[in-house]
Design a protein around this ligand. Structure first.
Ligand SMILES: NC(=O)c1ccc[n+]([C@@H]2O[C@H](COP(=O)([O-])OP(=O)(O)OC[C@H]3O[C@@H](n4cnc5c(N)ncnc54)[C@H](O)[C@@H]3O)[C@@H](O)[C@H]2O)c1
Length: 271
């Protein structure tokens, strides 16, 4: 999809980080936006930053609620008459927690938002996307969806599942010769509010700043790579020097990449 101008783009979790950068940049490229977040003030701030003169469709709801997502899809299609690009970006983490100590509540919550939210979003818009000559679904996985990461078990589980779903769907759309390209995105550490947004997190500002230093890529750089991937019809992108290193190391040697991640986790746990 070469041109973004006049394309109807849906973005979930557009109130912060990568979703916000995507909304601003896609708007600047002439796209018409349908934005979601469950944080109303955050989404209002995004709209303010876009500085839009034309109307932007917004809805406040939790992506883990299927009925709300289906209704949103109906409303967006009724409003714009079509949809070209759907970016399932909304996501959360529950912070550092081992597989055995993570509560069932945390498993359900993270999988509800990251995995089910992405499945609901994709399936709600897929029939409409298939009507277009070319269209795009972008799902935010992570480098933690390529290599299981210690003390991130539920997050890693959700991001592996996003990759499995996205790759299967991408191949199915190819089989059926539809115009839908499915892109699975694997960023490394991106400087956003994802850690600050962890429910009940009690890190000091100093600890948060130290953590930020381990996140080498900005949300704007990430948004640029995602837009380029949509234009080039890429089905997989790995973003950031840390993610690329882990991606290639994991293909070279699983044992070495696990060792690398154990050391990485030990360093972060000390912060
Ligand atoms: N920041 C990173 O290092 C990183 C790395 C790899 C992947 N990702 C993924 O990128 C995506 C965007 O994350 P980010 O880093 O920009 O985080 P962020 O916390 O800055 O932004 C996420 C946005 O999603 C919204 N959101 C959360 N739960 C929601 C829900 N249930 N319904 C609707 N909106 C909801 C939040 O309110 C927030 O505005 C996520 O899927 C995340 O897992 C982030």
């Amino acid at each position: 999809m070469k041109k973004i101008k006049n394309k109807i783009v849906v973005i979930t979790g557009a109130g912060s980080g990568i979703g916000r950068s995507l909304a601003i940049k896609l708007y600047q490229n002439g796209a018409k936006l349908a934005l979601n977040d469950f944080n109303e003030n955050a989404l209002k701030e995004t709209i303010k930053l876009i500085g839009s003169k034309s109307e932007i469709y917004t809805e406040i709801f939790d992506v883990s609620n299927k009925e709300d997502f289906d209704q949103f899809a109906k409303n967006v299609i009724q409003h714009y008459k079509k949809v070209d690009i759907v970016i399932n970006n909304a996501g959360i983490t529950n912070g550092n927690s081992s597989a055995s100590e993570t509560t069932m509540e945390a498993y359900n919550k993270v999988l509800g938002v990251n995995l089910w939210g992405m499945i609901y979003g994709t399936l709600a818009f897929l029939p409409e996307l298939r009507k277009q000559k070319e269209s795009s679904v972008v799902n935010l996985s992570s480098i933690m969806g390529v290599l299981g990461t210690p003390y991130q078990s539920v997050y890693s589980t959700s991001k592996f599942a996003i990759r499995g779903f996205s790759e299967a769907l991408a191949a199915e759309e190819l089989c059926n010769k539809t115009g839908v390209i499915v892109t699975c995105v694997h960023p490394g550490g991106i400087k956003t509010n994802i850690v600050r947004n962890i429910e009940g997190q009690n890190l000091s500002e100093e600890q948060l700043k130290k953590l930020d230093a381990h996140f080498p890529t900005t949300a704007d750089q990430t948004a640029d790579k995602i837009i380029y991937a949509i234009q080039k019809k890429k089905t997989r992108i790995v973003i950031g020097p840390d993610a690329k290193f882990i991606y290639f190391l994991s293909r070279f040697s699983h044992r070495l990449s696990m060792k690398y991640l154990v050391n990485w986790a030990k360093k972060l746990m000390k912060i």
